[in-house]
Unconditional design. Sequence first.
Length: 280
Amino acid sequence: MALSIHTNYSALTTNTALNKSNSSLATNQQRLGTGLRINSAADDAAGLQIATRLNAQSRGMSVAMRNVGDATSMLQTAEGAFSEVTDILQRMKDLSTQAANDTNGVSDRTSLKSEYDELGKELVNIVNNTKYAGEALFAAGGKFSAAVNFQIGASAAEKLTMDVTADMTALRTELTTTVQAGTMDTAANAGTTITALETALNNVGSMRAKFGANINRLNHTSNNLANMKDNTDMAKGRIMDADFAIESANMSKNSMLMQSGISMLKQAGQMPGMVMGLLG
């Protein structure tokens, strides 16, 4: 390399290296400051795109897990109400069975029917007034008067549809009309009422089984969502998170290069003066 006072090659190359070290050091400091390897698309365009998709999926699954919890609570509310309905129907069947025995007189059967009627009123109350978040579940026009869709995943296709419309309509009529019409003024009528209550108990049991099956399914859904979310978050972290050990080591290296570069740039700036020494 020729000696020249017009072009200081040493200063130029040293300055270029210094700028590179400075840029790298700034990147190291930014990553250590934010904890992220990717702070802009320029850091890793493809990685940022993948991480964005993973983040959207993870956030969607978080909301889906809350949805599953809400759905489980609603179904448990419904199943719990039918558990009470079962107890009431069992008691009504006991009363009917007692009334079917001809050891009872007219006044005895009247007393039995009085309790039966009050229990029937409570059945109507449960059907009409069982609510979740202020909305009726069993009443006409309530939640289960139509198919219920639970959003259980991050994509639109991930839904759990529970449709008990026909069964709920029939059961509502059975509990509020058929069971209410039961009589026990004679042994024969009490026997007919027993049969009607047996049918009602079977239908309530069938409905509870459907609620229970969906509650169990939602529990498994929640477990699977938790597993998928954990692994999605780890995948996103591997792309986005800064490795503090590597960045700290690189920062130390670039800091030393900066100090060395500044020292060499200072010496390179003295080169034209040295050239003038040749003219002396």
